[in-house]
Design a protein around this ligand. Structure first.
Ligand SMILES: [Zn+2]
Length: 253
């Protein structure tokens, strides 16, 4: 029976019955896989504290080829991201990131770039306490993640007329996949106004590695524009309603 051994991030973990858990791992080697952890509910069991959401671990599982539920053999913690668990702000932002990946990633579809992005995002979120910076990090992660999944927005020329973006008020049209120029924006019922600062931040975000993204800063207006652009892109391409976004609104309340 094949052995699956990989570093992984836990995307979901739920109680199956009085003894066992089903855990969804985003592994660096095999993509997203699910495994049953037998005896995981026991109070003094060997999986105690190891199968929680966000945990970065080294896991070993067994299963037949193409089986959609493996059997977990071991799970050793590399990083439990304790600071995320201890702060509601960090927790709510990390939750949105992990939920997006769990929704978008298909099972057994290896994607090391996406795996590393999520890992670097969790490391950055766990090191941050400022709420504005946490949201900036989350939006940058989302933008980079959907770009790496093939939905990179066009920020360099108008997505309607292919003309330049040098003058006037710019718009953003998620259906067309990017920025529209001043004149196209006026007659476009779908696009919404977006500040030049937001377009510049998106350009910088896409050219900055995730582990350096905490250096990028965004003011309130840029951040709200960025949230709108990224959410529209996600809704457009992923057919995903941001279920955990309510946690961010709760955190702001
Ligand atoms: Zn145009």
């Amino acid at each position: 029976m094949p052995i699956y051994e990989s570093h992984a991030i836990i995307l979901k973990s739920f109680k199956l019955n009085e003894a066992d858990r089903i855990v969804t791992f985003f592994t660096s080697r095999y993509g997203k896989i699910k495994a049953i952890a037998k005896g995981a509910i026991k109070p003094k069991g060997r999986y105690l504290g190891r199968l929680e959401l966000f945990v970065h671990c080294n896991m070993i599982a067994f299963g037949k080829e193409r089986m959609n539920l493996l059997r977990l053999n071991s799970c050793d913690i590399v990083n439990s991201f304790l600071p995320i668990r201890e702060s509601f702000d960090a927790l709510s932002h990390a939750f949105v990131a992990v939920e997006l990946v769990n929704t978008v990633q298909k099972e057994c579809d290896e994607n090391r770039e996406a795996y590393q992005l999520l890992l670097d995002a969790l490391i950055a979120i766990s090191a941050e306490t400022d709420r504005n910076k946490l949201e900036t990090l989350l939006r940058i992660f989302e933008l980079k993640y959907i770009s790496c999944m093939g939905y990179k927005p066009n920020l360099h020329s108008c997505v309607s007329c292919t003309g330049g973006l040098e003058t006037g008020r710019l718009g953003f049209n998620a259906e067309r996949g990017g920025v529209v120029c001043n004149s196209c924006n006026k007659s476009d019922p779908v696009s919404f106004l977006v500040s030049p600062g937001t377009v510049r931040l998106m350009e910088r975000a896409l050219s900055t590695p995730m582990d350096k993204a905490s250096k990028l800063v965004a003011g309130g207006k840029v951040l709200s524009d960025l949230r709108k652009c990224v959410n529209k892109l996600i809704e457009m391409h992923v057919q995903y309603s941001m279920r955990s976004e309510f946690m961010l609104d709760l955190a702001k309340a």
